[in-house]
Design a protein. Structure first.
Length: 77
C-alpha cells in the first residue's frame, strides 16, 4: 500500500505538462520534500536521502544543487 501511495504522489508531483526536463521534475520533488518538512531546513545530503527513501530515486548532490540554483524561491536549504 505504501508503494502505491508513493507512486500516486510522485505522479501528482510531476503531472504538470510544463515540466519537461529532469531538472524541472527534480525541483518539484525537492519542493515536495521541503514542504513536508514544514519550514525545516535540510542539507543537500538530507534531501537526497529523503528522495531515495520516499521515491526510490537516486540523485547526486551536484544534480540537486544544479536544480536548486535554477529555481528561485527554494530557500529552505
Amino acid at each position: 500500500m505504501k508503494d502505491e501511495r508513493s507512486l500516486f504522489r510522485m505522479n501528482f508531483i510531476i503531472q504538470d505538462n510544463t515540466a519537461m526536463t529532469l531538472e524541472t521534475n527534480l525541483v518539484k520533488i525537492i519542493e515536495e520534500i521541503l514542504y513536508d518538512e514544514k519550514g525545516g531546513r535540510l542539507t543537500i545530503a538530507e534531501i537526497a536521502e529523503s528522495i531515495k527513501k520516499r521515491f526510490d530515486l537516486s540523485f547526486s548532490d551536484e544534480e540537486i544543487k544544479t536544480a536548486i540554483r535554477k529555481k528561485e524561491g527554494i530557500s529552505k536549504i
